[in-house]
Design a protein around this ligand. Structure first.
Ligand code: IMP
Length: 415
């Protein structure tokens, strides 16, 4: 099987965690290339739910190796807490986790700075210090895992923070962070290059989604990393030629957390029904997610940005109850029809969706596992999606459980 990227095709929370976990069976290494503990990837295995933020989702399968690449930003106490939780569930990381020595550290001042800027900028961030850490990286004043590994790091932090009491707990744990993480730290680019030479298969796990990508998303209401497939090469230190296939993941409807444009949002009873049925509340922050119909203009754009080979549609069953189901197929901007996502956020604020409406299937698709069991009306809905975005459907997810998944023939083209 070729190397595969699993990328969010919307505003994050598409259900990538389950998909990465499911397809990881076919791969040797699962690598995260961007984001940090702003992500919350839910994996349900035998009825037990795990939420992963920094640890690659596919690592739950025995024998898989996880990589946290240089493009990821790491808060060491968050990483250790997550590892600790998994170790308590009987999972061992020994020899199975590799953390890039070039990944940047989220330090207390990044969080403080974000708390300040959010008072005026109001992006609706996760307040984890993600943005300020990437800012410092670009401004060439960041701290990396390689700094944490130096014996003088504690002194450097002490002179950085002076006698600020709110940094003291972090500073006091510097040595613990170094000792506990040291065995996992490596040059991940070299590690992956050697794995590629040995014919190992790589699965690239995206966090957040294309519409939150710092370049291609709804700027400035985005995260600060390259969530789209383009980020894989820089975020892991591998050549782009090793990204063989791209699987985009999209819900059968749309959600967004935080502020920013969301053309197909439904601030009505339908939106509320989607939120309640889909349990659309942040897995980490608990924030209610904004809900709406599927935006096919956005999905087509995501297909283009990522070079998507196939799409996986998740949470189809949430739509089971609706008499009619709409999708956005165009926008209207100042009286004109447009087929592309405008760059200017002021323009995006003024656009109105143009809908195409389908009859709902009004029957249960929850936990279906066979293509033939899908109601005809649901098949028609999915056929329209694939025709519109010109990308074949490879998988349909019908519940959070690993095995409640329908495979389309296009899945085989990913191997
Ligand atoms: P940040 O990543 O914390 O800087 O937040 C920037 C924007 O990305 C905010 O709108 C967040 O709600 C959104 N965001 C960040 N991580 C996720 C995620 O994992 N799922 C969905 N939205 C996210």
């Amino acid at each position: 099987m070729s190397n595969l990227a699993v990328i969010g095709a919307q505003w994050g929370d598409e259900g990538k965690g389950k998909i990465v976990d499911l397809v990881s069976l076919h791969f040797d290494i699962v690598a995260r290339y961007q984001g940090g503990h702003n992500a919350g990837h839910t994996v349900v295995i035998e009825g037990k739910s795990y939420i992963l933020q920094l640890i690659p989702s596919g690592m739950f399968r025995g024998g898989k190796v996880g990589v946290i690449g240089n493009g990821v930003v790491i808060e060491p106490s968050a990483l250790l807490a997550e590892m600790h939780k998994m170790e308590n569930s009987g999972f061992s990381f020994e020899g199975r986790l590799h953390i890039s020595d070039r990944a940047h550290l989220i330090l207390p001042h990044h969080r403080w700075r974000e708390q300040e800027t959010e008072k005026t900028q109001k992006i609706g961030t996760t307040l984890r210090g993600i943005g300020p850490t990437y800012e410092d990286k670009a401004a060439r004043k960041g701290y990396r895992i390689s700094d944490l590994m130096q014996p003088d790091f504690r002194q450097r932090l002490e002179s950085l923070y002076g006698d600020r009491a709110d940094a003291s707990e972090f500073i006091s744990r510097t040595e613990e962070f170094r000792v506990k993480l040291a065995q996992y730290v490596c040059n991940c680019s070299s590690f992956l290059a050697e794995a590629i030479r040995q014919g190992k298969r790589l699965l690239f796990e995206g966090a957040q989604g294309t519409m939150l990508d710092v370049d291609h998303g709804t700027y400035p209401f985005v995260t600060s990393s390259s969530c789209a497939a383009g980020g894989i090469s820089t975020g892991l230190g591998i050549g782009p030629k090793y990204i063989h296939r791209v699987l985009g993941v999209s819900k059968a409807y749309a959600t967004r957390v935080g502020s920013g444009p969301f053309p197909s949002e439904l601030q009505n009873e339908i939106g509320d029904t989607i939120r309640n049925r889909g349990r659309e509340f942040g897995s980490i922050t608990g924030r209610p997610r904004r809900c709406g119909w599927l935006d096919l203009v956005g999905l087509k754009y995501a297909a283009q940005i990522n070079g998507m080979d196939a799409v996986c549609i998740t949470k189809l069953d949430i739509l089971d109850v609706f008499d009619e189901i709409s999708v956005c197929i165009e926008y209207e901007l100042d009286g004109e029809r447009i087929q592309e996502f405008p760059a200017s956020f002021q323009a995006v604020e003024r656009i109105h969706p143009v809908w195409r409406t389908f009859p709902g299937w009004k029957c249960n698709t929850f936990a279906l596992r066979k293509l033939n069991d899908l109601p005809v009306k649901a098949r028609k809905y999915l056929d329209f999606v694939e025709e519109f975005i010109q990308v074949p459907v490879a998988m349909i997810s019908t519940s959070p459980e690993r095995d409640d998944t329908i495979f389309y023939p296009a899945f085989d083209t990913l191997s």
